[in-house]
Design a protein around this ligand. Structure first.
Ligand SMILES: Nc1ncnc2c1ncn2[C@@H]1O[C@H](COP(=O)(O)OP(=O)(O)OP(=O)(O)O)[C@@H](O)[C@H]1O
Ligand SMILES: CC(C)(CO)[C@@H](O)C(=O)[O-]
Ligand code: BAL
Length: 280
């Protein structure tokens, strides 16, 4: 596996790969890898001739400086995991390389970003769209792999690809969970044993709410029930629980036949902010 720290080195690898007629997959990450990331790499390796994974803790998408400071960083361990999962090139740039000058780009995704993560993390999707656009330009993938765990991010990236005519296919992989249902996340490493013990409640509440949606319980009642269930565990501070249209991500007042519903949750647990979702 090649390891590149500069865009120029990555680009010459990518150009050689393309000239040889090889298909290239890109897996963008922020590192501290787990099985959720590795399934993306494995899926890319199954579909593509070359797999570029990126590890970059992107400062422009963090609205909370403490979250950025404490974000887990495990470059040696990550490098070994990627090599074992079929990655052919790892791009691990520093902040200077990705942002040689302060970025002034401004994206507006309209209603898609005015809800949930976009509403609660000001500037977050601007930073995501900026770095993802740069990675797409640098790696020029035929396919890019993202996880459903970040449901709204997938919707934003889909819109970005369409609006900027990126010539690539978006591949979305399902959320990989721990045995007790907790969605794998790099931030789980920061949970204390006490917090980790109650963390699966997030997924349990989603499952319970999903069954209420299937039974036709009104969205506002599903939302209120889920928030109350989370608040019962004193270690949890719920931030939002939304019953939304899975395409537009707008909160639903009532269900419409033939349209999927997504339930999305964000909650703080012992100083760590967790998100999860389920499509009904
Ligand atoms: N449990 C998971 N299952 C499937 N895909 C995942 C999972 N966790 C992360 N991903 C995907 O991996 C890619 C990189 O995500 P990222 O590096 O932010 O990891 P993360 O575990 O989501 O970290 P955190 O949520 O703590 O920032 C994203 O496309 C994300 O959706
Ligand atoms: C897509 C991404 C790597 C951009 O920094 C990040 O938002 C993530 O890890 O999901
Ligand atoms: N996994 C999404 C990246 C973030 O939380 O900033």
């Amino acid at each position: 596996m090649h390891v590149f720290t500069t865009a120029a080195a990555l680009q010459s690898f990518v150009e050689a790969s393309r000239r040889a007629g090889r298909r290239l997959g890109l897996v963008p990450t922020m590192g501290a890898l787990h099985d959720g990331h590795l399934q993306l790499v494995q899926a890319a390796a199954a579909d593509c001739d070359d797999v570029v994974a990126s590890i970059f803790v992107n400062p422009t998408q963090f609205n909370n400086p403490e979250d950025l400071r404490l974000y887990p960083r495990l470059p040696e361990q990550d490098t070994a995991l990627l090599a074992g999962a079929g990655c052919t090139a790892l791009f691990m740039p520093g902040v200077e390389e990705m942002y040689p000058q302060p970025t002034v780009l401004h994206f507006d995704f309209g209603p898609l970003e005015r809800v949930m993560e976009g509403a609660h993390r000001p500037g977050h999707f601007n930073g995501v769209a900026t770095v993802v656009s740069k990675l797409f330009h640098m790696a020029r993938p035929h396919r890019a792999y993202f996880g459903q765990k970040d449901f709204q991010q997938v919707a934003i990236v889909r819109q970005l690809i369409a609006d900027l005519s990126f010539d690539l296919e978006l591949v979305v992989a399902p959320t990989i969970r721990e045995a007790d249902g907790l969605a794998m996340s790099s931030r789980n490493r920061r949970l204390s044993p006490e917090a980790r013990a109650v963390a699966p409640l997030l997924h349990q509440v989603l499952e319970q709410a999903a069954s209420q949606v299937r039974q036709g319980l009104a969205p506002t009642q599903v939302q209120a029930g889920a928030l109350a269930a989370l608040a019962q565990e004193r270690q949890f501070t719920p931030e939002y629980f939304e019953v939304a249209d899975a395409q537009t991500l707008q909160p639903l007042a009532h269900y419409e036949a033939g349209r999927s519903v997504v339930l999305c949750v964000a909650a703080h647990l012992g100083g760590v902010r967790l998100i999860d979702n389920i499509v009904v």
